[in-house]
Design a protein around this ligand. Sequence first.
Ligand code: URA
Length: 240
Amino acid sequence: MQKIMAQSGVASRRKCEEIICEGRVKVNGRVITEPGCKVDSDKDVIEVDGNIIKKIDEKIYILLNKPVGYITSVKDQFGRPTVLDLLNGIKGRVYPVGRLDYDTEGLLILSNDGELTYKITHPKHNIKKTYRALIQGKVKKDDIEAFEKGIAIEDYVTAPAKMEVVRYSKGNSIVDIIIHEGRNRQVRKMCSAIGHEVIRLKRTKIGEIGLRGLKSGKWRYLNDIEIGYLKKQVAPKKEE
Ligand code: URA
């Protein structure tokens, strides 16, 4: 009981215990005086001094190294595994922040913070995303320039993007690609448009947040610095 009260910002846990003992708390209309009393913050109506307290949901931010063969949505009409199948032991529901294709692997953020999710995925914030790709053929200077200029795909021209050759491998190229947009299958379409089909694609970073050795299929919580960083990326810019 006192934990829920404290989480809702009533007072410290210790102080909440006192408030309960003083008979100032009601659960479903009945006064309770036992601090340890079990309540369900989803179902029970809790009042302190006659005011109903609101549950403040704990925000969860998760970073997953998505393997190939999982879809980035909550449910799949074809019954394929979803990224949520990889998250065990998490209290509460989280949703993918943006998406990765079924056949793309790498860094995916999931959260129950709807506001941050909305802002991060909004095109105006342009957060950079870094991919490591194995693509067919040998990348040339012209290809890199095409990425910088913007590439016409379907009905739009991509914003300036970066491509850097990491190394060549058996007639193919391993490249790092940075884009700021997040359109459907954008990296695959950009590479294909300049004649280099993607063989393998992995997202390695969102902004400055990386996988830091997290193995494929594993997840971890984002730390406070990473959460703060993400929030800063989408915060309204102050006038100089
Ligand atoms: N670009 C792609 O083509 N696929 C992804 O999953 C992400 C970016």
